[in-house]
Design a protein around this ligand. Sequence first.
Ligand code: AMP
Length: 176
Amino acid sequence: MNDLSALVRAIPDYPRKGIIFRDVTTLFSHAEGFRRTVALMTDYARGVGVDLVAGIDARGFILGGAIAMELGKGFVAVRKRGKLPAEVYREEYALEYGVDEVEIHIDAVPAGARVLIVDDLIATGGTAVAAVKLVERAGGTVPAASFAIDLPELGGADRLRERGVEVYSVLSFEGH
Ligand code: AMP
């Protein structure tokens, strides 16, 4: 399996007309595909040098947990509103389809920690920028963010770079 992109299933008009949903369940369920995706993202993170991995709810947990394990670092959850039990910081953001809110425990990040943001896909970057803000409010810094998939035409990776966050993605797809 040389072409990881062939393992990502494209679902046209989901969840709305005009969106091509990039379904990573088919990538994650393929043993070699999943292993190689995690290995590439882990190698990248090693080069950056991070203290913690923050995964974004929910597909970012699957990749982020595996990467943190490989790095021997801790994992922090950036969760959808209302899921975390202790005191939280909250950020609202606009999605490619809709509006949402994410939260982080206020004590999840030691002061000055270098935190890698991880998610399955970056589109407009709204979610990832909200995650960066949460980590910064919690006292950390975000040198880099890593994704299985980038949709560069939607500009999210550029938004992160403008904030000084380096961006890595294993795959890149044209269009929405
Ligand atoms: P954004 O905030 O626009 O960068 O959107 C990123 C988040 O929405 C990620 O958590 C993705 O899982 C999800 N997402 C957005 N667009 C797509 C898409 N075309 N296919 C699959 N997931 C998407």
